[in-house]
Design a binder for this molecule. Structure first.
Ligand code: IMP
Ligand code: MG
Length: 190
């Protein structure tokens, strides 16, 4: 476990994990944001059934908390889009490496994503899911990073908006690390 120091910094263990993390959103702020999002989604759909499409891996923790805060009937399924790997810059094309098991035709679908950055991932996912004729398709993103947007895409439900910065924690990784942290941190110098 990384050591979280009093002033909000977390240091990775071992000499190969030299990143310094600065706390950006704590557990309480995240809980409040998730509650707000769940309540907005539940209100918008009334009593109708909702399919939450969780985009692995980054949104697993977010999806789990969001689903628990939602009222009414909720179906949860997962997709995995080809990702950054260990790099922190995006590539243009996105493929699904794990598809849904649920038929979303005629269903109310909410894509649950950790971060919108360039927007390329969500644009591709949205197009792929729209082709399956859902009744409605919305986007719920925990963090909207605005500075590097390349395509016009907006989250319908957004937890936090930030300009830029590489973040980790609460499911979000840097080279597969730090997903287990329960707060969100900025990786210094990235
Ligand atoms: P986009 O296609 O550029 O919008 O990339 C979105 C995906 O890149 C997110 O779902 C994350 O998986 C990853 N990503 C973007 N920014 C960050 C970050 O700050 N930390 C960790 N992963 C990120
Ligand atoms: Mg992701």
């Amino acid at each position: 476990m990384p050591i979280i120091e009093r002033h909000g910094r977390a240091k990775g263990m071992g000499s190969d994990m030299a990143e310094t993390l600065e706390k950006l959103f704590d557990e309480e702020e995240i809980r409040e944001a998730v509650k707000r999002l769940a309540s907005a989604i539940s209100t918008d759909f009334g009593g109708e059934e909702i399919v939450l499409v969780s985009v692995l891996k980054g949104s697993f923790m977010f999806t789990s908390d969001l689903a628990r805060e939602m009222k009414g009937r909720v179906i949860i399924d997962f997709i995995r889009a080809s990702s950054y790997g260990c790099n922190t810059t995006t590539q243009g094309t996105v493929t699904l490496t794990k598809d849904l098991e649920t038929d979303i035709a005629g269903k109310n679908v909410v894509i649950v994503e950790d971060i919108i950055d360039s927007g390329l991932t969500l644009r591709s996912i949205r197009e792929m899911l729209l082709a399956r004729n859902p009744r409605s398709l919305k986007i719920c993103a925990l963090v909207d990073k605005r500075a590097r947007r390349q395509v016009e895409i907006e989250g319908d439900y957004v937890g936090f908006s930030i300009e830029d910065g590489f973040i980790v924690g609460y499911g979000i990784d840097y080279a597969e690390r730090y997903r287990n942290l329960s707060a969100i941190f900025v990786v210094q110098g990235k």
